[in-house]
Design a protein. Structure first.
Length: 349
């Protein structure tokens, strides 16, 4: 059985769409554009994908069919390219898709940074404490024994813990490997990214961030679909699949129902509470002026900046907090043995 190729990353999709948009704007047909990309592509996997697309195009099929048959693009990309070909705005759609997936890639990078730094700091804390209680304390215990005394109860408890950890070092290594694999799963795979966002949405401190990401994704998707000529109801139906947030998906469903009941899009959007009052008023202005796609893009940009600020604020708080915590724990362990030792040495002197 032939193995299915992995779906392209957000970064790869953005680059492909950007390049094809530039070529099509220059008056080059998609089939010729793929030939040009093939000449400039050295990556073996990239060449395989482009060859598949070229073969389908040479058989007389349209560009969106070739993209779909390559089996490496999300259904959203295929759908939007189809709309672009049918409406004669393929270059604009590809340009908008490039911006959309570039924004998605930036969000993912920000989340990866927000997760990576605390985990690395926690791992460092764990290693330092582990070395102290498994390697340093036994040596100090021997010093106390040679001096004819013993450590205090706190130090003795840590020493006992260190002995147990040494005995179960194999299990400890397995736990560390599992944590590392879990980290790679969350930050390096699409499914892991989705699972992490779902978990983040269930905790109070991160729920607001999760909702902002989903609202920004909704605004970005609506900007793309509306600029491609789709009506608001179709756009809502398509964008609902992109947000990856059950709460926002339910709000989109409510918005669709209100539109079916006769509400205008701005009214339905406000009542469904997808955006706050400020952004809802922006949508109303855009609706009245006929520039809904532009307003949605501005809202998406605002949410992206807001998300970045929130993530950087969290990192800025966590960095000194974890360093202080590590220093306090290590200091407590060392002082619990050094102070009694200094007292013994001063008595001997």
């Amino acid at each position: 059985m032939k193995k299915k190729q992995k779906t392209l990353s957000n970064h790869e999709i953005s680059i492909f769409c950007r390049q094809m948009s530039m070529l099509i704007k220059s008056g080059i047909a998609p089939s010729e554009g793929i030939d040009i990309l093939l000449l400039d592509t050295s990556d073996s996997n990239g060449r395989i994908i482009l060859e598949k697309i070229r073969q389908v195009l040479q058989s007389g099929e349209k560009f969106h069919v070739a993209v779909q048959m390559s089996e490496v693009f999300p259904s959203y990309v295929v759908h939007m390219i189809t709309i672009g070909e049918e409406s004669g705005t393929l270059d604009c759609v590809l340009d908008a898709l490039s911006e959309y997936y570039e924004r998605e890639d930036n969000i993912r990078d920000s989340l990866r940074s927000a997760v990576s730094y605390p985990l690395i700091m926690i791992a460092m804390m764990f290693v330092v404490i582990l070395v102290l209680i498994t390697k340093v304390l036994p040596i100090i215990s021997q010093v106390f024994a040679q001096l004819g005394t013993g450590m205090n109860s706190f130090s003795q408890s840590l020493l006992t813990l260190g002995t147990h950890l040494n005995e179960g070092s194999f299990v400890l290594v397995l736990i560390l490997i599992c944590i590392a694999l879990l980290f790679l799963f969350f930050t390096g795979t699409d499914k892991g990214h989705y699972v992490f966002l779902r978990l983040a949405g269930s905790f109070g401190p991160s729920r607001r961030l999760y909702q902002d990401i989903a609202a920004g994704r909704f605004a970005s998707g609506m900007a793309l679909t509306l600029s491609s000529g789709m009506d608001t109801f179709q756009s809502l139906d398509l964008v609902k699949k992109l947000v990856e947030n059950p709460a926002v998906s339910m709000k989109i469903a409510t918005c669709k129902k209100l539109i079916l009941d006769g509400e205008s899009f701005p009214e339905a959007l406000q009542k469904s509470e997808i955006f706050n009052q400020f952004y809802s008023r922006m949508v109303l202005v855009g609706f009245r002026s006929g520039s809904m796609d532009i307003v949605m893009k501005q809202i998406a940009d605002h949410y992206e900046k807001k998300t970045d600020r929130r993530i950087y604020t969290v990192i800025a708080i966590l960095e000194p907090t974890l360093v202080i915590l590590l220093s306090l724990i290590a200091g407590m362990i060392l002082l619990s043995v050094i102070l009694p030792l200094m007292g013994i040495m001063s008595n001997i002197g």
